[in-house]
Design a protein around this ligand. Structure first.
Ligand SMILES: NC(=O)c1ccc[n+]([C@@H]2O[C@H](COP(=O)([O-])OP(=O)(O)OC[C@H]3O[C@@H](n4cnc5c(N)ncnc54)[C@H](OP(=O)(O)O)[C@@H]3O)[C@@H](O)[C@H]2O)c1
Length: 401
């Protein structure tokens, strides 16, 4: 076994071993730098076609030379931001270590290849958390290794993949990650018998839902909801002020929209998909670089997405309200028996005013009818009540949808 490598003045585990998921040879100083890089990445925009990435440059003695973050398509990549910051401060990067949350890219897109940039800067060691699954950009690690750089992948891999969950899904599958939002009464209804539904959930829950809207690339509703609720589908704060980022507004269904529809007002671009072919809708949205789609109902569209196995995650806002009549959260899922129930995997539970938000993952692409073993709940009432989904923060109350 090779001798332990001292980096940043702290001995690292011997090479060739993996301890607690950490590749051998990675020092505590480098791990701390990766934690910082993940923190930087998390501060980047959650929406948009590009991943959130953070980078920390370390001197051979473990000092931090510079930090960088990617702020979305068209801006510098995290590595370039860090190298620029180091140069601005007159820092010499020869012999430095780059600690970055995603494998440095090897392609020229809206910006140049980061692997080449690190090489030219004199970086001799690169640690990354997540391998780049994008065929157009991958190959950075190989390029660096071929040039003699010491490259270690998989450092804090699960944390990195957790942060990039939506983006990784979109790149790997070629379709947007789909979050289905349900806002229901205790008896699972999304509207009263007369069709009225404002409001089932509290201002706190609606504020949270508006924050989620600022993190997605597109919001979809069915034609039934567009007609019944006349929603604006914008992301707003308590005063009704529009957020800086407005997702695309997608209506799925053949019925026309009146000229006076709020959806034609200020907000994101309106896309009317006059079809029931949901894979085709997702395909077109993917080609518009939509990575994350939020489906906000109604029950017919929700059921169609679920039946097609196209939902990846559910945000269920549950209000302590009873209606006793009115439409259920989803239409018919084609499930005849309890054996065929769709069982989701709870991930987060959070109290929002009088309401509760449950975030649950939908595993695989299988639709209902697939027999799935019950999955023990990982999130429960015993968890801290402020466990947060998708990095979303609570926001001030917002108005109508
Ligand atoms: N509480 C909540 O969170 C919430 C949220 C949303 C809605 N709602 C309530 O839900 C009610 C409206 O629900 P809804 O079920 O009538 O409307 P919906 O689900 O919004 O829209 C149904 C329409 O979607 C179109 N569609 C597109 N793709 C489809 C597919 N693959 N399969 C089937 N239909 C497809 C169809 O229009 P075409 O026939 O024109 O093709 C269908 O008629 C309202 O009362 C609203 O207030 C509540």
């Amino acid at each position: 076994m090779a001798a332990a490598v001292a980096r940043g003045g702290v001995p690292a585990a011997p090479r060739g071993e993996v301890v607690d998921g950490i590749p051998a040879g990675v020092s505590p100083v480098e791990l701390a730098a990766m934690d910082r890089a993940l923190e930087l990445a998390a501060g980047g925009p959650a929406h948009g076609p590009n991943p959130r990435v953070g980078c920390v440059l370390l001197a051979a003695d473990g000092r931090v030379l510079a930090e960088g973050r990617h702020d979305g398509a068209g801006t510098r990549h995290a590595e370039a931001a860090a190298v620029t910051a180091a140069r601005t401060d007159g820092r010499d990067l020869r012999g430095a270590t780059a600690v970055v949350t995603l494998e440095p890219c090897a392609h020229t897109g809206r910006t140049g290849p980061c692997a080449q940039l690190l090489l030219e800067a004199g970086v001799t060691r690169v640690l990354h958390a997540v391998d780049d699954p994008n065929p157009a950009a991958a190959g950075g690690a190989a390029l660096l290794r071929a040039a003699g750089v010491d490259v270690v992948g998989g450092v804090r891999r699960s944390e990195g993949e957790g942060l990039l969950r939506v983006w990784l899904h979109a790149v790997r599958t070629g379709r947007p990650f789909v979050t289905l939002k349900l806002a229901t009464t205790l008896d699972g209804r999304v509207a009263a018998a007369d069709g009225s539904s404002r409001w089932i959930t509290s201002s706190e829950a609606r504020a949270h839902a508006h924050t989620v809207r600022t993190e997605v690339d597109a919001i979809a509703v069915g034609g039934g909801t567009a007609a019944a609720d006349d929603p604006s589908l914008t992301a707003r704060d308590a005063d009704g002020t529009l957020a800086a980022h407005q997702p695309l507004r997608v209506v799925v269904g053949s019925a026309g929209l009146p000229d006076t529809a709020r959806l034609r007002g200020p907000g994101g671009e309106l896309v009317h998909e006059r079809t029931r072919d949901l894979p085709a809708v997702l395909d077109r949205l993917a080609r518009r670089e939509v990575r994350h789609l939020l489906v906000e109902g109604g029950p017919t569209l929700a059921a169609a997405f679920l039946r097609a196995g196209l939902v990846d995650e559910v945000h269920a806002y549950l209000a302590p309200v009873l209606l006793g009549a009115g439409p259920a959260a989803t239409g018919d899922l084609g499930i005849a028996s309890i054996d065929g129930a769709m069982r989701l995997r709870p991930r987060l539970l959070r109290v929002l005013g009088p309401d509760v938000l449950l975030v649950a993952d939908v595993d695989g692409r299988a639709g209902p009818g697939t027999s799935r073993p019950p999955v023990p709940a990982r999130a429960s009432a015993s968890q801290p009540p402020d466990a947060q989904p998708s990095g979303a923060q609570p926001a001030a109350p917002a108005g109508e949808s």
